[in-house]
Design a protein around this ligand. Structure first.
Ligand SMILES: Nc1ncnc2c1ncn2[C@@H]1O[C@H](COP(=O)(O)OP(=O)(O)O)[C@@H](O)[C@H]1O
Ligand SMILES: [Mg+2]
Length: 669
């Protein structure tokens, strides 16, 4: 048993070393941290990207919504200016001095009165025409009259419809020349090229864009006698755009630039704007981007999107300015500097990234702490297992929690305890076995000595009692007693022989022999005894059984022992089956002795081969038969085994090897 034990620990130890050598494997903490990290990075990344996209889109669409509203406000301001001109012109047209012009002619007084009116109301043009469109009075140029302005669409419309007409309109340079050199100068633009501007074949523009109102003038009979025409030139007039900037954008700046800008285009040219060039001057004379032009001027549709304006990206809104005929003659524009929203988006993105980075760092920390809290107990158990494998059965691990790790620690401790228990039991068992065999050896020695010493006197008793029996054959009672002495002395001699046989353990004297005939010999030696009278002996012998190399005198004793035991077990009543056969596979001869006796109890079956074990009453069994038989069969390199079933019977099986065994005096090992 001790060798088995050592083997077991050796196995554990080498396995432990194997594991120790594999120490380069990635520690579980890193694996745990890595998996926590992967999960948190992926979720963070997902939410960051989703968040950034959402916020980015939201910011830009908010800005577009704002600029759309701003354009509405800008239009209101633009129209308010037109309404202001209309109010001024309508009020003036109702004044009696207007009728006087047609009745009494133009006087110095009327001229200066109207000129004062024009200047104080910030009009660029205030001109009176008769009902055919011929100029009667021109406040800008008092003596420049008599030309016909009926072709001007607003004047023509007012005279034809006999009602007030107000609108944006384009006038050629000839029209302006007649009014004032200042207006000609203001309307003149040499184009300044900017990136993305719509290409044009020409290089300058002379016509002007007016906010103009024509009001018919009636006499007392309510007949139309003429018309009063008032207008403001929008070219280089920054009142409207600056009002828009102040009112709508409150003049807010971003990084030194105006956030909000407004522009009035005449066709594609910036004629009034607060968008600045790189040099910081108003970007008049520059032109609109081509895609915007196509959408707003060519198709007459509004545009709300980002657009490149002069030299920056803006979130813009453009809408067409139309003449009274509905033709698109210009564009009203508002735009917010995109940079601000881009920066806003960027800072949102950075904030988001920062937060998710913090999240990742926090999850690294947390996963480190969590994995350590898992790993430390695991490491403790692992190192304890190693120590246990190296033979320290005292090792125990401390249980730190009530979870699966706690259960693992408990399991380990129970296992270590059980191992220690088993180890102790094994040691105790080995010690007991050792002492027992020691004791048996002593007893055997003693028995052998006693037997040896008793043998000679007993031989004397047997010899002399036989002599007595032969000599004194007449006296019946004496004869009877002597016969009893002979029987008892014979028994004593048998016991002594058995003891001697057992203690001597004589080496077998082997010859090539036939098992079947040895069996028959054994049976013939015992079957005449009274014990066998009611025993039915059944023989199942294999006639072709090969001969084996054995000591026939020893083997016959084994068979006799088994046969007598069987008969004794059946109490002389039952069936005894003896069979022999060849087991080719195991290369042996197999002999079975079966009885229909009571069987052997579980408790006894392990002991029957022990010397001196007997269940028979004193004087009937010595308990050496099976022990001696076992020894003999072992000496023959065979085996003796038993199978038994309580109430059914017992079968003893003897196996003797076929393999050629050296024939000699039995000294082979
Ligand atoms: N065929 C058998 N059936 C039942 N018990 C048996 C049989 N053979 C042996 N035994 C048991 O084994 C014991 C030991 O047998 P053995 O060594 O021959 O000694 P003994 O016959 O002197 O008792 C017997 O006392 C008996 O209890
Ligand atoms: Mg016996």
């Amino acid at each position: 048993m001790a060798t088995v034990d050592r083997g077991f620990f050796h196995l554990l130890k080498s396995r432990a070393n194997q594991i120790a050598k594999k120490g380069k494997a990635v520690p579980i903490t890193y694996k745990l941290i890595a998996s926590f990290l992967l999960i948190s990075i992926f979720t963070n990344l997902f939410f960051t990207i989703a968040g950034i996209t959402f916020i980015g889109n939201r910011i830009i669409s908010e800005a577009q919504e704002k600029v759309r509203n701003d354009l509405n406000s800008a239009r209101e301001i633009y129209l308010a200016e037109l309404r202001h001109i209309m109010d001024v012109v309508e009020l003036t047209a109702r004044r009696p001095i207007l009728q006087d012009i047609f009745i009494t002619g133009v006087t110095e007084n009327i001229q200066s009165d109207l000129d004062f009116e024009r200047k104080s109301e910030d009009l660029d043009i205030l001109t009176v025409v008769d009902k055919s469109g011929t100029v009667v009075l021109r406040t800008n140029y008092p003596y420049n009259t008599g030309d016909n302005l009926f072709t001007q669409e607003i004047i023509k419309s007012a005279l034809t419809k006999k009602e007030t007409v107000a609108s944006s309109t384009i006038v050629p340079v000839d029209f302006l020349v007649k009014e004032s050199p200042r207006l000609v100068e203001n309307a003149h633009f040499v184009f300044i090229d900017t990136p993305m501007a719509r290409p044009r074949p020409d290089t300058e523009e002379n016509s002007g864009m007016l906010l103009a109102v024509a009001v018919p003038v009636f006499n007392d009979e309510n007949l139309m006698i003429g018309s009063l025409f008032g207008a403001v030139l929008l070219n280089r007039n920054f009142t409207i755009v600056d009002t828009i900037k102040q009112t709508v954008f409150q003049g807010m700046m971003y990084k030194g630039k105006d956030i909000g800008t407004a522009t009035i285009f005449q066709d594609d040219i910036r004629i009034s704007t607060n968008v600045l060039t790189e040099q910081g001057t108003r970007a008049i004379g520059t032109r609109v981007a081509e895609d915007v032009y196509d959408q707003v001027v060519v198709n007459g549709l509004p545009w709300v999107a980002r657009a490149y304006v002069v030299n920056n990206w803006y979130i813009t809104a453009y809408e067409p300015i139309k003449s009274i005929s509905g033709a698109v003659i210009g564009i009203l524009y508002v735009g917010i500097l995109e940079q601000k929203y881009i920066d806003l988006r960027q800072s949102a993105v950075l904030t988001f990234l920062f937060i998710s980075l913090c999240g990742i760092l926090a999850s690294v920390g947390i996963s480190y702490i969590i994995s350590r809290s898992i790993l430390i107990p695991v490491q403790k158990i692992a190192s304890a297992s190693k120590e246990l494998a190296q033979g320290n059965l005292e090792i125990r691990v401390e249980k730190t929690s009530d979870d699966e790790l706690g259960a693992l620690a408990d399991g380990f401790n129970t296992m270590a305890y059980a191992l220690k228990e088993r180890d102790e039991r094994l040691k105790e068992f080995t010690r007991k076995k050792f002492m027992e065999s020691e004791r048996l050896a002593l007893v055997g020695q003693l028995a052998a000595n006693v037997a040896h010493e008793l043998n000679n006197p007993l031989q004397g008793i047997v010899t002399y009692s036989h002599l007595l029996l032969e000599k004194d054959s007449t006296d019946e009672p004496t004869n009877q007693n002597i016969r009893k002495i002979v029987v008892q002395a014979n028994r004593c001699r048998d016991i002594i022989r058995g003891l001697l046989d057992f203690s001597r353990q004589r080496k077998p004297d082997k010859t090539l022999s036939d098992i079947n005939s040895i069996l028959n010999e054994g049976i013939s030696l015992v079957e005449n005894q009274a014990l066998f009278h009611n025993v039915k002996i059944v023989l199942n012998l294999d006639e072709s059984l090969p001969k084996v190399v054995i000591d026939p005198s020893q083997i016959v004793r084994v068979f006799i022992n088994l046969i007598v035991n069987a008969a004794e077990a059946m109490d002389g009543n039952g069936r005894l089956t003896i069979s022999s056969r060849l087991d080719n596979e195991k290369k042996c001869v197999e002999i079975e002795v079966s009885d229909t006796g009571p069987g052997i109890s579980e408790e006894n079956i392990d002991k029957i081969f022990d010397p001196f074990f007997t269940t028979k009453e004193t004087g009937h069994g010595v308990g050496l038969g099976l022990a001696i038989s076992y020894g003999i069969i072992k000496e023959h390199k065979g085996s003796l085994s038993v199978e038994s079933e309580i109430g059914k019977g017992t079968t003893f099986t003897v196996r003797l090897p076929l393999a050629p065994v050296k024939i000699g005096n039995g000294n082979e090992s």
